[in-house]
Design a protein around this ligand. Structure first.
Ligand code: GDP
Length: 204
């Protein structure tokens, strides 16, 4: 299904707009500007699918993407859905927006039985920040499996990358819902996409 075109099916601003539970879902979360849109576009091999927003922290919706060619009627469901979660941690975001984000994301993560894994994206240059830890704690509490993906790995040296991977592995070692394997990626150079595709394919 990664060879198929993918399509955007809906933006979900609040829980009541969620599609009925259907195919298994994998979600992508990360701080604003972490490279989430670029990564999703790289994984599906489609430049314009997830929109790289100029205004960080603006998109407050869960965006649903599925491979094309399934009607969604009856048994003709797509094998998997990708959910692009709104970015967090934008310093200038007004409090109401942060609260709305928190509510939507908490509700979604707690209540979605078909959610199989959340990829938590971490910028290789910055490492895990306070908001990332908060999201990870939430995932641990909700017992939703999550996996760390290092983005923009082309931005750090070939020597620094294995050190960062080891340090990150140590940081998540005792977290109950964290998947132990860390994936390093660069949308710019095109590496790591196949590792994420392989993980996603496990759930389809
Ligand atoms: P989002 O806000 O998390 O969706 O992030 P975007 O995908 O819009 O990317 C934010 C910025 O980081 C853009 O300027 C991208 O060009 C840049 N970027 C994204 N991925 C990479 C990468 O793998 N390597 C480098 N060097 N820059 C990247």
């Amino acid at each position: 299904f990664f060879a198929r075109p993918w399509v955007f099916i809906r933006g979900v601003p609040a829980m009541k707009f969620l599609p009925p539970e259907g195919p298994p879902e994998v979600a992508f979360a990360g701080r604003s500007n972490v490279g989430k849109s670029s990564l999703i576009n790289g994984i599906v091999g489609q430049k314009g699918l997830a929109r790289t927003s100029n205004t960080p922290g603006r998109t407050q919706e869960l965006n649903y993407f599925v491979p094309d060619g399934y009607s969604g009627e009856g048994a003709d469901l797509p094998p998997i859905a990708i959910v692009d979660m709104p970015g967090y941690g934008y310093a200038k975001a007004p409090k109401e927006q942060v609260d709305a984000w928190t509510k939507l994301v908490f509700d979604y993560l707690r209540g979605r039985a078909t959610l199989k894994r959340v990829f938590v994206l971490i910028d290789s240059r910055h490492g895990i920040k306070k908001n990332d830890l908060e999201v990870m704690s939430l995932l641990d509490k909700a017992a939703v499996s999550y996996q760390i993906v290092l983005t923009k790995a082309d931005k750090i040296s070939a020597l620094a990358l294995p050190k960062l991977e080891a340090a990150t592995r140590e940081l998540i070692r005792k977290r109950p819902a964290a998947y132990p394997t860390i994936i390093s990626t660069s949308s710019e150079k095109g590496f790591g996409m196949d590792d994420i595709q392989a993980e996603i394919a496990n759930f389809a």
